[in-house]
Design a protein around this ligand. Structure first.
Ligand SMILES: CC(C)(COP(=O)(O)OP(=O)(O)OC[C@H]1O[C@@H](n2cnc3c(N)ncnc32)[C@H](O)[C@@H]1OP(=O)(O)O)[C@@H](O)C(=O)NCCC(=O)NCCS
Length: 167
């Protein structure tokens, strides 16, 4: 399969998308395009070249502000003394049940895109909210660590992503 990643458009079959978490289906089907138009979140889909209307998976990115006090002490010490610094929110990420094993490809594309954009608008980390313990385990596998006191909110420093992308 030759996958490609592109912004969500009307040409993609949103109604046919099914992942295990119903709110993530509803979001893609009813809200994602509106959020893009309202400049709230940019949605990207993963499609197979051979069937480009079928959505294999999707994710959203938005600008975000991190409370510096929520970052690990060692990281805080290397940062300027502003209360908040810019980051990238990976608001939603899901793959269709018909395409197991594509979640990591989807995540990698989100991280590569966030890293590329950070060359023009700086971002010190990618932040994600895990919807359940399985999602948390998935993010932890890639090195995401807890951000602040919310156990479901995780982050990966842009420096780590830079190394991942280079490797
Ligand atoms: C979470 C999700 C994206 C994972 O997709 P996937 O296609 O199963 O992921 P991959 O197979 O590419 O997994 C990558 C790695 O994460 C691990 N992983 C995936 N799901 C896991 C889980 N529930 N618990 C522990 N590890 C998990 C895999 O074992 C794999 O590691 P390996 O390469 O060492 O085997 C997918 O299950 C999904 O879309 N779920 C519904 C929506 C969701 O939970 N989104 C997360 C944000 S809230």
């Amino acid at each position: 399969m030759a996958y490609r990643y592109e912004p969500l458009t009307k040409q993609h079959d949103r109604a046919g998308f099914r992942c295990a978490i119903a709110p993530l289906n509803i979001y893609l089907q009813q809200i994602a395009r509106k959020d893009a138009e309202r400049h709230v979140a940019a949605a990207f889909v993963m499609v197979d070249d051979a069937a480009p209307a079928t959505i294999v998976g999707y994710y959203t990115l938005s600008a975000f502000a991190v409370d510096v006090a929520e970052l690990p002490e060692a990281m805080q010490q290397k940062l300027p003394r502003y209360p908040r610094l810019s980051a990238t929110l990976l608001g939603r990420l899901a793959r269709d049940e018909r395409f197991p094993g594509t979640g990591s490809l989807l995540l990698m594309d989100a991280l590569v895109r966030a890293h590329q954009k950070s060359a023009e608008i700086a971002s010190l980390a990618v932040v994600a909210d895990a919807k359940n313990s399985a999602a948390l385990a998935f993010y932890r596998k890639f090195g995401f660590a807890q951000l602040g006191s919310n156990p479901n909110r995780v982050f990966l420093p842009m420096g780590t992503i830079e190394k991942l992308v280079a490797g």
